[in-house]
Design a protein around this ligand. Sequence first.
Ligand code: HEC
Ligand code: HEC
Ligand code: HEC
Ligand code: HEC
Ligand code: HEC
Ligand code: HEC
Ligand code: HEC
Length: 394
Amino acid sequence: MEHRLKIAIIIVLLILAVGMNLPQITGTGIAQGPVSSAQSDKSFAPPPEWRPTAVPAGRRMLGNATCGECHTQVKTQPQTTMGKALELASESRILSANPDLNFRSGRFIYNIRRDGDRSIYTVSDGRESISVPILYAFGLGKAGQTYVFEREGRYYESRVSFYDQIGGLDYTIGAPRIPAASLAEAVGRAMDSADLKDCFGCHATAAVAEGRLQLDKMTPGISCEGCHGPGDQHVALMKSPSKSDRRGSSSLILNPGRFDTEGQTQFCGSCHRTWAQVELMRVRGVDGVRFQPYRIFSSKCYDFDDRRIACSTCHNPHEEVRPDPAFYDAKCLACHRRSDNPATTGPRPCRASPRSNCAGCHMPKYEIPGSHFQFTDHQIRVVRPGDLNPEQSR
Ligand code: HEC
Ligand code: HEC
Ligand code: HEC
Ligand code: HEC
Ligand code: HEC
Ligand code: HEC
Ligand code: HEC
């Protein structure tokens, strides 16, 4: 599809999304809607704050063990970064492997100490100190891991996070990188209820039901049903003796593999963030690189209906991301002509004519300041020397 046309369509969708009555969407119908209509409606376009992990009214999630009775994906998916996007502090591998973490910010001293299956977060200004047990660990630390705890009846996000690259603590992304004004402020940021629903809605399964937070019923991380939706009806159907009679009809479970390319970008983008969400968030410059659906949308390679550029063509969401460049070469060459074989068809071959590591040159990695992590720019393009701000190429 013509590039400018794509942008125009998205702007219209954006205006529609903003114009819609958002509270209605967090209510009962939305998560259910796509589940039943998805199989026929390939061009899926959820409103900006839709999350597949929310439980729609009247539906029930059964858990990974049930899916594992019939599907092999349970052998790998629960161990992936997405499967572990959230851990209880008691089960956090990073906190157990790092039993004594320290950080200093001006007069404030931070310490996270393991004590049995608990981790105690302490912030001290030299005279007074605040100590709280950590409840939840967000993120697997590849980029960073941020802690959530409860204090005086409110939930807080820790002002410091763990980063794998430095093997220790630094300021949380988004937190001011300067010493706080007071001890209470140094501890972290108080979260409001919208914040909590957002964080847990993207990092856990079934944390939100009918617009309400239900932390006692959630499953940490993205489980099978976090993407595929509640499995109650599907499992009942698959276990019913008469299931052989219903050949050809729906299997009553959402399969994002059936969406067209743009539908899938929107689906994954409901957490990884779409073009529309990033525009609403007003993110600019290098910070946008972490939002892959937004970036890939701006690439000349991207096409609404061509499956060869869909997220799941390069990523099997049931397995860990593939670090070997050769794996992605075949994905590029599925469309592009090979410079060493003029007989192949498709868009232009590489003028620089290398045969391998296409992504290494055309999907460069950028470090977002403070993240201690290099994100892969999904706006596939010719990268000019000195191109340090990916937005310049727009
Ligand atoms: C009793 C066995 C059984 C259980 C338990 C089960 N499934 Fe399935 N599932 C199947 C079978 C059989 C198919 C193939 C159905 C078909 O081709 O219509 C299937 C198909 C699927 C599909 C593809 C659907 C499509 O339309 O392409 C998905 C996704 C899926 N299952 C997810 C799950 C999830 C998630 C769970 C756990 C909540 C689960 N299944 C539990 C038997 C099961
Ligand atoms: C319910 C929210 C949600 C949905 C839907 C979702 N993701 Fe994720 N994904 C996450 C979170 C959260 C992380 C980061 C976990 C972390 O850093 O600990 C992540 C991480 C990843 C990673 C990085 C894994 C690694 O090894 O670093 C890939 C790749 C990925 N997702 C691909 C996808 C694709 C493809 C889809 C669509 C099929 C998708 N995601 C849908 C929430 C989601
Ligand atoms: C719209 C969905 C969404 C929301 C809301 C969200 N996250 Fe994430 N989070 C993600 C995804 C997707 C990733 C994977 C990293 C990436 O590629 O951006 C991630 C990554 C992370 C990481 C790993 C470090 C990093 O920055 O990549 C941490 C820590 C984290 N999130 C914490 C939080 C906390 C705490 C909140 C609430 C204040 C929150 N997230 C809200 C989707 C979300
Ligand atoms: C991050 C989202 C995500 C999670 C979590 C997830 N899936 Fe999937 N699943 C997908 C996508 C996307 C496809 C379509 C893949 C494709 O078409 O290449 C899919 C396809 C499937 C299918 C259809 C058969 C196939 O291979 O095409 C089954 C069955 C399935 N998933 C089961 C599971 C089970 C069981 C779990 C939990 C262990 C799980 N999925 C977790 C996104 C997810
Ligand atoms: C043409 C192939 C291709 C497509 C299509 C693609 N990716 Fe990637 N993706 C990559 C490569 C290459 C990496 C880097 C792998 C590595 O070096 O570890 C990556 C890495 C990631 C990561 C890890 C964090 C990072 O920035 O390095 C996430 C998350 C991710 N992709 C999400 C997505 C989502 C969501 C989509 C769909 C909008 C998508 N990708 C489409 C090739 C692709
Ligand atoms: C769905 C098919 C498809 C896939 C997959 C694909 N491309 Fe492209 N790519 C295109 C099309 C179409 C164009 C625009 C026409 C042209 O430049 O010849 C393009 C353009 C490009 C350009 C020139 C962009 C510019 O700004 O001038 C580069 C570089 C490129 N692709 C590299 C890659 C790499 C590297 C991969 C794999 C990571 C890849 N492509 C995957 C279809 C694809
Ligand atoms: C060593 C870095 C490097 C690697 C590896 C690489 N390219 Fe390129 N590619 C370039 C540069 C530099 C250009 C710009 C050349 C120019 O404008 O003269 C380019 C241009 C392109 C173009 C645009 C062609 C044009 O005529 O404007 C495409 C498409 C492309 N590459 C695809 C690929 C594919 C597919 C692969 C993997 C088989 C690949 N590249 C591997 C550096 C690389």
